[in-house]
Write a new protein. Structure first.
Length: 177
């Protein structure tokens, strides 16, 4: 599957769950897409394995403050408790997520990342999944939450956790091809 003409933004910050960044990014890179790490963090950011163990650091490609959905074909929101909690309180991150929905572009969110959908007012009425610990938050935001490895609702793709990455990556690639 080739998607060589596609540009994909990954929105993340410090505390991102490393495998939820690296697995979809590798799948997209392998298919020929151009991936860009967009963040409110400057320089580099610390990824995590779970909530407590430091993993690798990653270089930020573009600041979220200057990012526009018009420059990309899709948005991937990796999880990680710290990452997702910080992004949902960043006005530029919330703005960017809304732009992708306004332009009806593919948005893929895994684990804790759907928190930003709730913050942006985009979860209401949507079928989605997430890590179980934020299920009540998603229901309170008006989402129709499902306990499934991957849920596709129009342009929105969601998964629960790293164990669902194979299905998550497959659906992202399918949406972009």
């Amino acid at each position: 599957m080739s998607i060589t003409d596609r540009k994909i933004a990954f929105l993340l910050t410090r505390g991102v769950e490393q495998v939820e960044l690296t697995s979809p990014r590798a799948a997209l890179d392998e298919a020929g897409a151009t991936t860009t790490l967009v963040s409110p963090a400057e320089g580099s950011l610390q990824a995590m394995q779970g909530d407590w163990e430091h993993a690798d650091t990653f270089t930020v490609d573009a600041p979220v403050a200057g990012a526009s959905a018009a420059d990309y074909d899709a948005l991937v929101l990796p999880g990680g408790t710290l990452n997702a909690d910080a992004l949902r309180t960043d006005p530029d991150a919330v703005r960017l997520v809304r732009e992708f929905f306004d332009q009806d572009k593919t948005v893929a969110a895994i684990c804790h990342a759907p928190w930003i959908l709730a913050e942006a007012g985009l979860a209401s009425g949507r079928r989605l999944t997430s890590v179980g610990s934020i299920k009540v938050d998603m229901l309170n935001a008006g989402a129709r939450w499902e306990d499934s490895e991957v849920v596709v609702d129009g342009n929105l793709i969601t998964s629960r956790n790293p164990g669902d990455l194979e299905a998550f990556n497959r659906e992202i690639l399918r949406a972009l091809s």
